[in-house]
Design a binder for this molecule. Structure first.
Ligand SMILES: [Zn+2]
Length: 288
């Protein structure tokens, strides 16, 4: 956090330096836009082919083949979810929230991609529908579906409160991923990564830049829908923070389940889909 009373005097041209106009780090026009119209046509013919529910303070995993859609829905009450994605073919390729943030901004919505880790750096999923897109940014600078938080975890809980809590999203995802893959718990834990905070309403306070959360505007019936660009394992935790209006990392808040449904447009449409290629960078890093 910045010191409220700086230790060093400002230079004489401090205001000029502050007044420099920012430039967007990664121009969004450099990315090929998602073909949402074509995806909408494909979605019309898709039939429900699977579903799983993440119980409150638990997580669930489900396979979603490339070319299918998956939808995360609020079903019983306001609830936020922590989403992880892995490539089914190689679980070391996983969602990269930091690069997704750099490319698309702090909060995602329709048309944005969920990008994978190095050396692949390719779209794993494309957001095709967001019933909370009306929210925009509120007067506090808050919005929904962030890629700025991490995931609640027992290590930070121990650091800050000195107690062990086993139903943070990190632990929920670890158990669900171990069950889904058959990996031992310790190995499964190493594959849990920073998330897309589905339905969570967050931002940074203007004066200190601290991360804030507030009660999610999500209501039963709201959903966020994705197109699977590659064969995926989707993992979702129903965060112990519930709607994140008060606190997380405890059993104090009311929590609700989250539903994941898969929609299949049929074998022909699936086979017609070409998964995005991994990065063509040669990985020489300037040597040899
Ligand atoms: Zn959480």
């Amino acid at each position: 956090m910045k010191l409220s009373t700086p230790e060093f005097d400002a230079p004489s041209d401090a205001n000029d330096r502050r007044a420099v106009t920012p430039v967007i780090c990664y121009p969004p026009d450099a990315l090929t836009p998602s073909d949402l119209a074509a995806l909408a046509v494909r979605r019309k013919d898709a039939a429900k082919s699977g579903a799983v529910t993440a119980a409150p303070r638990e997580a669930a995993c489900i396979d979603v083949p490339a070319g299918c859609f998956f939808r995360i829905s609020s079903v019983e009450g306001p609830q936020v979810g922590d989403l992880n994605l892995w490539s089914k073919a190689d679980i070391s390729e996983r969602f990269y929230s930091g690069k997704t943030r750099a490319l698309h901004g702090t909060h995602l919505s329709t048309g944005d991609r969920m990008w994978s880790s190095f050396p692949n750096l390719r779209p794993m999923a494309t957001i095709t529908a967001d019933t909370l897109d009306w929210y925009g940014f509120d007067e506090f600078g808050g919005s929904v579906h962030d890629v700025i938080g991490t995931r609640c975890d027992p290590y930070t809980g121990r650091l800050l409160s000195g107690t062990d809590y086993h139903h943070c999203c990190h632990s929920n995802l670890t158990r669900a991923f171990a069950d889904h893959t058959g990996l031992p718990m310790a190995e499964a834990e190493a594959h849990i990564h920073d998330v897309l905070n589905v339905f969570m309403c967050t931002g940074f306070v203007r004066d200190t830049g601290q991360y804030f959360m507030k009660a999610s505007p999500v209501r039963p019936g709201d959903y966020l829908e994705f197109f699977a660009e590659i064969d995926l394992i989707v993992g979702l935790s129903a965060c112990p923070g519930g709607d994140c209006s008060e606190e997380h990392s405890s059993d104090k808040t009311t929590c609700y389940p989250l539903l994941i449904e898969v929609f299949d447009p049929g074998q022909e449409a699936r086979e017609a889909h070409r998964p995005p290629a991994s990065s063509a960078y040669d990985q020489s890093h300037g040597r040899g």
